[in-house]
Design a protein around this ligand. Structure first.
Ligand SMILES: [Zn+2]
Length: 489
């Protein structure tokens, strides 16, 4: 299908994900070119000779999923540091990442974006912050990969200026000085940012984290972003160790430190935010600062789990992210809905970060046990992955729900197979069941996945390329987590 044609998806259940929580047990969606013309219950009128009709019985239509945090280059460095916490994991991986170049990043980005497409994602961000010198156009490689795979893309130009010699974690070879980083960030906005309605690519500004970017870089990056009208992104409060590090270095907890640098606001979303106390949550809510919740990655690194219930109750915009594939080897966005729901329910109720722990200690309180099975519903998980993510990235008026006039970015999930067919509630089947095959994935009305197959690239060639890239970066392969001892009888 090309622009201007009409597509009618008929006979499916529909989760609109609008403010009213509208759902249809059986309905239809009409798409004109790159926009949704109408969504309604009941069968579609067969009144157009030129429209393409799709029989969608047995399927659920949802808005396309929005991925709010990723590091696509990591798709070439999966399976390392399997038992490490964040800081040790970073120290293991930085020397490997120092070997990336334009070809590696391009191959990894194609693989990561293909996995996202096959798991229902229509808009993804990317946070690229490792820039060894003289290795080509890394950001350009990710933008080209997104154009090829066909996803809407919101890459960020990341940066780090605190190498080992300045007390940071990364080797000096992968960091830039402040002026170089800012000039390259401004250049990325000039080259790729498109503010027009229905854009395919928008750019955000994203120094890596408070422990790898100086306060000067953080502050100047925020000024640049606001001057150019683009959004701001970084990692924050991912681990207990980071909290201690910030207190030691700056005498402030991470959120107070970011507030001082001008980093709270409606134009900012931050990854993880696991260790937020009540005060920090209130400040996020008051300022409209968004959170990219990455449950699989947080669990993989044993970092803890973000207080999603408390964030939502306070009115904070929350989206979902797969995070980089080196800390979430699956990299499939629909699996994060299930993970977010499960983790919210087992999260200890008074583990709301340092502030709450202190409150509990002061009052003689102790862990009261897990939050419980009502803590996050399947529909709330779907909202996080759609309109919640759209709010974080600033696209909520254009996508994130299936409403007339919005962009035709949607996922049609097949739920009549063995994994789902006996579950009467289609939203529960999507969130609680195994990953369903995609009957159709549209980005701006264009089919990217059909009948569970990627239509825009050859997945065998994509996986061959990323395997070759991974071998170039790590010729000995991924070290096993524990020595294997094999006994031959
Ligand atoms: Zn990350």
């Amino acid at each position: 299908m090309t622009g201007g044609e009409t597509l009618v998806i008929d006979g499916c259940a529909i989760a609109v994900v609008d403010a009213q929580g509208t759902e249809y047990q059986r309905g239809h969606i009409v798409v004109d070119g790159d926009r949704i013309r109408s969504v309604a219950g009941g069968p579609a009128p067969r009144d157009s000779a030129s429209a393409r009709y799709i029989d969608a019985h047995g399927c659920l239509a949802t808005p396309g999923l929005v991925n709010t945090h990723h590091h696509l280059y990591q798709c070439a460095t999966r399976g390392h540091a399997q038992q490490s916490i964040l800081f040790d994991w970073l120290k293991t991986l930085y020397p490997i990442w120092a070997g990336i170049d334009e070809d590696v990043v391009g191959a990894a980005a194609r693989a990561g974006l293909a996995s996202l497409a096959l798991s229902g994602c229509t808009l993804s961000t990317d946070h690229h912050y490792v820039f060894p010198r003289g290795v080509g156009d890394l950001l350009g490689a990710t933008v080209a990969a997104a154009a090829e795979i066909g996803l809407r893309f919101h890459p960020t130009r990341g940066s780090m200026d605190l190498g080992e010699s300045s007390g940071g974690l990364p080797p000096d070879a992968v960091v830039e000085d402040l002026d170089t980083a800012l000039a390259a960030t401004a250049d990325a906005i000039d080259r790729f940012h498109d503010p027009s309605p229905g854009a395919r690519v928008r750019v955000a500004v994203a120094p890596c984290s408070p422990f790898s970017a100086s306060g000067g870089l953080m502050r100047a990056a925020a000024e640049l972003a606001r001057d150019r009208g683009v959004r701001l992104h970084t990692h924050l409060a991912e681990t207990v160790e980071e909290e201690e590090y910030c207190r030691e270095l700056f005498g402030l907890d991470p959120v107070d430190y970011m507030a001082e640098l001008g980093w709270l606001g409606r134009d900012v979303w931050m990854a993880h935010c696991v260790w937020l106390g009540e005060d920090a949550i209130r400040r996020f809510a008051e300022t409209g600062t968004g959170v990219a919740h990455c449950p699989s990655s947080n669990a993989r690194l044993g970092a803890g789990i973000a207080p999603v219930r408390q964030l939502l109750d306070a009115g904070v915009p929350v989206g979902l992210g797969v995070d980089g594939a080196a800390s979430n080897e699956a990299g499939e966005l629909v699996m994060e809905l299930r993970q977010a729901l499960l983790m919210a329910r087992v999260r200890p109720v008074d583990a709301d970060g340092p502030g709450a722990s202190e409150t509990a200690a002061a009052g003689g309180g102790h862990a009261k046990g897990p939050a419980g099975p009502a803590d996050l519903t399947a529909r709330e998980a779907l909202k996080l992955a759609t309109i919640g993510g759209a709010q974080c990235l600033g696209w909520e008026t254009e996508l994130g729900s299936l409403e007339a006039g919005k962009l035709a970015d949607l996922a049609l999930w097949r739920l009549d197979g063995i994994g789902h067919t006996d579950i009467a509630d289609p939203v529960a089947a999507l969130v609680l069941g195994p990953r369903p095959p995609l009957s159709l994935l549209l980005v701006g009305g264009r089919p990217i996945v059909e009948d569970a197959e990627l239509r825009t690239a050859d997945v065998h060639e994509v996986s061959h390329s990323v395997r070759a890239a991974a071998r170039r970066l790590s010729p000995e392969g991924t070290p096993a987590a524990t020595p294997l001892t094999m006994k031959v009888p």
